[in-house]
Write a protein that binds this ligand. Structure first.
Ligand SMILES: *[C@@H]1O[C@H](CO)[C@@H](O)[C@H](O)[C@H]1NC(C)=O
Ligand SMILES: *[C@@H]1O[C@H](CO)[C@@H](O)[C@H](O)[C@H]1NC(C)=O
Length: 491
């Protein structure tokens, strides 16, 4: 039987919460917070009885701190409903503990991601009634979620109404809202808003850099250049960050020779070229397939006494995987270790993807184990990469096995994980795979992820075709609850 929520830990009785010994002392050590958080997260995930969960969480042996609450909320990130249940449980029932601003910010972020906007505003009001003031960061979080949900106008509205919640707009929050819009590629909207309000907020170099970066992100390097011109006309001097943005823009837009000329011009004008500049050129040339030139720039950088960063190595390893060969990428990875750099999760994920792509799944898994030893993962992206390649290679059982591992560990599956696995369930055309797809669909909805209408319809069709009318009806009811009913159906 496919277990939807595998037992994470032996069931805990109502009262016996086995927290680390020193945990109830007044100053818990960092690792105590980590292990206590892991235990409590498992308890919250496995609990099916809200009453006994409340009792356990209110036990006086637990010394709630903002750090503990925040750690648990982060671990429950990909199970939004449980995270909010936990947050509310403490908020409403604990006799003395009061949530911190940062925990409120996490809860608001999760509620907004689930598109529970009423909860977002209830929490905002609750913060004020507790005299915890929402900060500009709180509003940046809400704005970002609105933009991600395709509602940029709501994002602007929340920014403009900040003062009604006791938080005043300033240049910094203005720059933040511009950045949120630009990073989501709503550059035209950001630019219009910017032009209306730049005088009022006294836009600075950072503001102009944000707008230029936005244009570069959507490959409109001409508009980025115009922004730079406007900047100079307003008496603001572009700085190295500005030039690096422009450089990256050229490479991103595939204007390799323009990028190269710009780089030479930067050198000629004796700009203090930094590690970001070099990393941009190494990556840009590499993506364009110019591996030799990329390597040359990497060597030049070292010669010029600019120390490569982890990001530089990540860029080089990535382009070697994509445009050269994975063996050379692994060599650079090893060189990185020899030189005393600590690879981060991005480094590992790039190497792992490279190995998977060359069908070296065993070595990919070895690197995954190395990540564990290095205490930098594996994270959900790592799992998604490996699961996807297993499924693409028809090794669906192995993909499902890894998925099961995620559910028992400290890395819960996200929307991509579910989409990858559900798609894989159609490959073998086995009736049982479709049942698994249906169960995955139920589980993802339960965890606050909204499947696309197409996903619902595919699973539904599959179940009907394989004669599983009963289960299909259940899925149809779920689809109706989610408001994703196909047009031709009436319940
Ligand atoms: C240039 O502007 C950016 C903001 O976009 C700022 O973070 C950076 O510190 C500035 N750099 C210098 C060298 O002043
Ligand atoms: C790892 O390095 C990349 C740069 O390549 C950076 O963007 C990322 O934030 C780093 N990740 C962590 C977890 O520090």
């Amino acid at each position: 039987m496919f277990s939807l929520l595998p037992k994470l830990a032996p069931p805990l009785s109502k009262t016996a919460l086995h927290l680390p010994k020193s945990f109830s002392t007044t100053t818990p050590q960092p690792q105590d917070t980590t292990s206590a958080a892991a235990i409590l997260t498992n308890l919250i995930l496995t609990s099916t009885n809200p009453k006994s969960l409340t009792q356990s969480l209110l036990s006086p042996s637990i010394n709630w701190t903002p750090r503990l609450v925040d750690t648990i909320l982060k671990q429950l990130w990909n199970h939004g409903p449980k995270a909010l249940q936990f947050f509310h449980l403490l908020l409403h029932n604990h006799p003395s503990y009061i949530h911190s601003v940062s925990s409120f910010d996490h809860a608001i972020d999760i509620a907004a991601r689930l598109r529970h906007y009423a909860t977002v505003f209830t929490l905002l009001h609750r913060m004020r009634s507790l005299r915890l003031h929402p900060t500009p960061k709180t509003f940046a979080i809400i704005a970002e979620r609105y933009v991600a949900a395709g509602k940029p106008d709501k994002a602007l509205k929340i920014f403009l109404s900040m003062h009604e919640h006791g938080c005043f707009q300033d240049l910094h929050s203005f720059n933040t809202i511009l950045d949120v819009l630009c990073k989501a590629k709503r550059v035209e909207k950001a630019c219009n808003f910017f032009k209306v309000l730049r005088g009022k907020f006294k836009a600075d170099v950072i503001s102009y850099n944000i707008i230029a970066n936005g244009w570069c992100l959507i490959k409109r390097t001409n508009r980025a250049l115009e922004t730079l011109k406007e900047m100079v006309e307003k008496g603001l001097a572009p700085n190295l960050t500005t030039y690096n943005i422009m450089l990256k823009g050229y490479f991103r837009a595939g204007q390799i020779e323009e990028g190269w000329k710009f780089f030479l011009e930067m050198k000629k004008r004796k700009c203090e070229i930094d590690v970001v500049t070099y990393t941009t050129v190494v990556h840009g040339l590499g993506v364009a397939g110019e591996i030799k030139r990329a390597r040359k720039v990497f060597d030049e950088m070292v010669r010029e006494g600019v120390l490569p960063s982890v990001a530089t190595y990540n860029a080089l390893i990535q382009v070697l995987c994509k445009k050269d060969c994975v063996e050379n990428a692994v060599l650079v990875f090893e060189e990185m270790l020899r030189k005393g750099y600590a690879p981060n999760s991005t480094t590992y994920n790039v190497v792992i993807r490279g190995l998977c792509h060359k069908e070296q799944m065993d070595r990919a898994i070895e690197f995954m184990d190395k990540m564990r030893d290095d205490e930098c993962g594996p994270n959900v992206q790592t799992y998604n990469i490996v699961i996807r390649y297993f499924c693409d290679a028809g090794e669906i059982e192995k993909g499902l096995e890894l998925f099961q591992k995620m559910s028992c560990g400290d890395c819960l599956p996200n929307l991509d994980t579910y989409n990858i696995l559900i798609s894989a369930m159609f490959v073998r055309k086995k009736p049982n795979d479709l049942v698994v797809a249906g169960k995955l669909l139920i589980e993802m909805v339960d965890r606050g992820f909204m499947p696309r209408r197409l996903t619902f319809n595919r699973v539904l069709d599959g179940l009907l075709l394989t004669g599983n009318q009963g289960f299909a009806k259940g899925i149809l009811r779920l689809q109706s609850r989610c408001g994703r009913l196909p047009r031709q159906f009436k319940l």
